[in-house]
Design a protein around this ligand. Sequence first.
Ligand SMILES: Nc1ncnc2c1ncn2[C@@H]1O[C@H](COP(=O)(O)OP(=O)(O)O)[C@@H](O)[C@H]1O
Ligand SMILES: O=C(O)C1=C[C@@H](OP(=O)(O)O)[C@@H](O)[C@H](O)C1
Ligand SMILES: [Mg+2]
Length: 253
Amino acid sequence: MSHSMTRAGQIEAALLASLQESATLQDSAVIQDSQVQGVTLCAAQSRKLPGMSGTGLIERPVSWVALAGFMGTGKSRIGWELSRALALHFVDTDKLITRVVGKSIPEVFAQEGEGYFRACEAEVVQRVTRLEHAVISLGGGTFIHEENRRTLLERGPVVVLWASPETVYQRTRHSDRPLLRVDDPLGRIRSLMDERESVYREGTIHVHSDGRPSEELVEEIIERLWGWQGGSGWPPSQPLLVSDRATDGRASD
Ligand SMILES: Nc1ncnc2c1ncn2[C@@H]1O[C@H](COP(=O)(O)OP(=O)(O)O)[C@@H](O)[C@H]1O
Ligand SMILES: O=C(O)C1=C[C@@H](OP(=O)(O)O)[C@@H](O)[C@H](O)C1
Ligand SMILES: [Mg+2]
């Protein structure tokens, strides 16, 4: 990216490239949001009718949704699959930042520092919450920062994916997450998850991912989104109770 461009301009250009890519990969050319000549199908139904999802006869529970949660819970993968199921654009904020800065996430952390990464993340949140027709996969730390959380929850539903520390460890051990580059990654996962858990609980819908295939998760997310009442999720309505923080409580909202 050119140095003469402002970061906002760089984000705009990178976003455009991401959206073009996501549209190119879209398997249906024209998707209508609601009724088409009196015929509507919800996304779940259309997936049971092969061929129908490409015809534009599709109705979605939402036209914008974000995925939050700890590293390795599946935000990037499930977000992508959810975007295909709902025929929406897909934006992964980490990939967007990689495009904007021209460096991988580990390089951004090592060369620019975490503070720089968090500043990019905050700007990207401001931009992606103004998008229409998109599934947004956040980085694991994005939702932790209050201003990001407020902006996201005012925009639309935030689905939080959960997994046990052991599952996160298995899913991330062969990848390069800068925050897990330590002697005892499982211990680090446990302590960081503990630190962040109460904040993740401010999300709109909570889905546990341990031992569950992605198709099942996408299906559950879509069903839960149909049941979502709408409205701003900010400020969080329920004060957090200590008993709510039990491990079993993570799967429900
Ligand atoms: N439900 C799942 N079951 C098995 N593996 C999964 C599941 N969700 C994600 N993964 C895998 O775990 C790894 C981390 O997933 P990713 O989507 O990058 O997580 P995140 O974006 O939350 O860090 C990837 O290899 C991905 O394919
Ligand atoms: O939890 C975090 O603070 C981070 C999570 C990562 O994203 P994923 O959750 O997609 O791995 C990435 O944004 C960065 O390494 C920091
Ligand atoms: Mg990710």
